[in-house]
Ligand binder design. Structure first.
Ligand SMILES: Cc1cc2nc3c(=O)[nH]c(=O)nc-3n(C[C@H](O)[C@H](O)[C@H](O)COP(=O)(O)O)c2cc1C
Length: 205
């Protein structure tokens, strides 16, 4: 089983990376393969709502972006990490997520997801909620921990001073591993259900 972790910070080895690495190290201890992919330094424009998504991809994605999206489609779990910018997901990460999830059309269904917001002081829960919105509208199973996953630090490395936040990430990883194993070991006896046919309306008609 494999989990792809997405670093949404412009910094390759900042606090977001360190938070993701903390969770990934725990997943690896539970024999879950992990790969941290850095997208926060890429040039990713926002979705332009052209409606021309094809086979799970944004029509404008280059080979690199397609490769990342393919890896996520193939993985069993997805771990999202974003620094908090103005109480929100950082801009490039937001562009990436819109272009990952909007074309996905069922490809994320019942994968296991988990999110962490990384911040200096305030705006962690709003950002955490925003990240979880992608999982929940895509029918993913969201791994829990004993707090809403937000870890604090400003300069790279400070995140390790947030002992409660770091312990929450380790707990999150353990719970995520458990969910992945439950799904894997029950796949024959209790396969994922077929989706109900969706009624598509713009609110009422
Ligand atoms: C443009 C910008 C906006 C930010 N906005 C917030 C904010 O709203 N709340 C907060 O607590 N920290 C904010 N920060 C601080 C970062 O979230 C914090 O330094 C975080 O650790 C960065 O993670 P990184 O090292 O992975 O880049 C902001 C930083 C930048 C550059």
């Amino acid at each position: 089983m494999k989990v792809i972790a997405i670093n949404g910070s412009p910094k390759p080895k900042g606090n977001t990376y360190l938070a993701l690495k903390t969770a990934c190290d725990e997943l690896e201890k539970q024999s879950i393969e992990t790969e941290i992919i850095h997208v926060g330094n890429m040039e990713i424009k926002g979705c332009i709502s052209c409606g021309r998504c094809t086979e799970g991809h944004c029509v404008f994605s280059d080979e690199k972006l397609r490769g990342i999206v393919d890896k996520i489609h193939e993985a069993d779990g997805l771990l999202l990490g974003s620094p908090v910018y103005y109480a929100s997901i950082a801009g490039t990460m937001k562009c990436f997520l819109d272009r990952l999830f909007y074309p996905s059309r069922g490809r994320m269904r019942l994968k296991v997801g988990a999110a962490v917001a990384v911040l200096r002081r305030s705006g962690g829960v709003t950002t955490f909620d925003q990240l979880n919105n992608y999982f929940l509208i895509s029918e993913m199973m969201v791994a829990p921990s004993f707090y809403w996953n937000a870890v604090h630090g400003a300069a790279p490395g400070e995140v390790f001073e947030d002992a409660e936040g770091i312990s929450g990430l380790k707990n999150l990883a353990n719970n995520m591993a458990w969910m992945l194993n439950i799904k894997e070991y029950s796949k024959d006896s209790y396969p994922v259900p077929e989706p109900v046919e969706r009624a598509w309306t713009n609110f009422v008609r």
